[in-house]
Design a protein around this ligand. Structure first.
Ligand code: FAD
Ligand code: DHB
Length: 393
């Protein structure tokens, strides 16, 4: 069996690339380790850059996004009892759209099912072979039965824990990364959002954020220590901590039934190159950002647009885009890395620093930074430009 593009991983990156290939009539298969149910059950990200919305729309996958996506003009930054609005539309002429990764993946997957794409779920031991040769192959098994396919190209859309990066030859696709002394406790709650747009709050007890999934469902996050267990966080404790960190006069945070809660570690990670031979990495397989600033999903979409274009150009006889893909995508990604790290450091409290004076110094500097960002038109524009999304190249 042979295909043109073998995509490993059916997250948003792999599924979207499939539609770009389908639109151009390029044969592909997608191999996914988990089940369809597991894939559709993951909650994860919620904010789409304008460029991501445009990409989904150009592929004709935006029917639900258009109906249920919530377009936001900006965000609120909160510190020391102040809540400051940044209007991206006024600042840089662009907006963002709140729409969950979960419904987005469902929309994209259901369209694949409608057009009859080959997506193999529950694929065990997916392994790429011969990626530095002319015709790589992929092997995998389902229910103990071995399968194999050859391909012109292999795309690693298999996330941070994926197999593709690790199948590069020694010394290639090496990673540099940093951990943070913070994690995010995220909840979904059945309560209308208490805000019209997202609130990012710095508080001496730690970061807190108010996001949403619909007019009926709120999504909220709390900074917690990375070694904390969700078992230590009763619903009462979560609401009380959110009230304490987010509360300002003449505003009420409405509480509701918590339907989901989990703790996610935070990490920055970038692979040295996104291409070896006939294998290319996209999305979390090649880079991870801490979630502050909502760049994970958007970066995956940006990669896929760049790689998709390059693959189509290659079929038309021009390989320059494929050769340049890794450098172009990493150049954009490093700017996104810096932005995500900057937002994270500005808004989280270094509770692990033992010296109270050093801790206070950091905190006071962060407040000053937030005052500067709120007060300077140049700084506001810079934040808005990056949050609303950098151009693809
Ligand atoms: P993934 O979504 O990770 O998809 C990779 C797919 O590959 C998965 O389906 C996986 O099962 C499959 N796979 C892995 N290994 C193999 C293998 N060996 N063989 C076959 N298939 C394989 N971003 C934000 O912007 N905001 C957020 O709030 C946010 N919250 C997050 C919470 C969590 C718990 C996590 C893990 C991520 C979060 N992110 C968030 C990041 C965002 O969800 C990711 O950046 C986005 O999912 C990247 O898409 P992807 O397709 O590259 O990778
Ligand atoms: C969400 C996640 C983010 O990381 C962020 O910066 C904003 C919103 C969310 O899940 O809604």
């Amino acid at each position: 069996q042979h295909t043109s593009v073998a995509v490993i991983g059916a997250g948003p990156a792999g599924l979207l690339l499939g539609h770009i290939l389908h639109q151009a009539g390029v044969p592909f298969v997608i191999l996914e380790r988990t089940s369809r149910e597991h894939l559709l059950g993951r909650i994860r990200a919620g904010v789409l850059e304008q460029g991501s919305v445009d990409t989904v729309a150009a592929l004709g996958l935006d029917r639900n996004l258009r109906t249920h996506g919530m377009e936001h003009r900006g965000i609120y930054l909160q510190y020391e009892g102040e809540r400051v609005h940044l209007d991206f539309k006024d600042l840089v002429g662009r907006t963002v759209t709140v729409y969950g990764q979960q419904p987005l993946v469902r929309d994209i997957l259901e369209e694949h099912e409608r057009i009859g794409s080959t997506i193999v779920f529950n694929a065990d031991n997916v392994t790429p072979h011969g990626i530095t040769g002319d015709e790589p192959t992929i092997t995998w098994s389902v229910d103990g039965v071995q399968h194999q396919i050859s391909a012109d190209f292999v795309v690693g859309a298999d996330g941070y824990h994926g197999v593709c990066r690790r199948s590069a030859p020694d010394g290639r696709m090496t990673a540099i990364e940093r951990d943070y002394p913070f994690a995010w406790l995220g909840i979904l709650a059945d309560v209308p959002p208490s805000t019209d747009e997202l609130i990012y709050a710095l508080h001496p007890d730690g970061f807190a954020m108010h996001s949403m999934r619909s007019h009926e469902v709120s999504r909220l996050y709390l900074q917690v220590d990375p070694d904390e267990s969700i078992d230590g966080w009763s619903d009462e404790r979560i609401w009380s901590e959110l009230q304490g960190r987010m509360g300002i006069p003449e505003w009420t945070l409405q509480e509701g039934v918590i339907t989901e809660k989990s703790i996610t570690p935070m990490r920055s990670f970038v692979v040295s190159e996104l291409n070896v031979g006939r294998m290319f990495l996209v999305g979390d397989a090649g880079h991870i950002v801490p979630p502050t600033g909502a760049k994970g999903l958007n970066s995956a979409i940006a990669d896929v647009v760049m790689l998709g274009r390059a693959l189509l150009e290659h079929r038309a006889g021009n390989s320059a885009g494929l050769a340049a893909y890794s450098d172009r995508a990493l150049s954009r990604q490093w700017k996104v890395q810096h932005f995500s790290q900057w937002m994270t450091e500005m808004l989280h409290v270094h509770r692990e620093v033992p010296d109270p004076s050093a801790r206070d110094f950091r905190y006071r500097s962060q407040v000053a930074q937030l005052e500067y960002v709120s007060g300077s038109i140049h700084a506001r524009r810079s934040l808005a430009e990056q949050y609303a999304g950098l151009p693809l190249d």
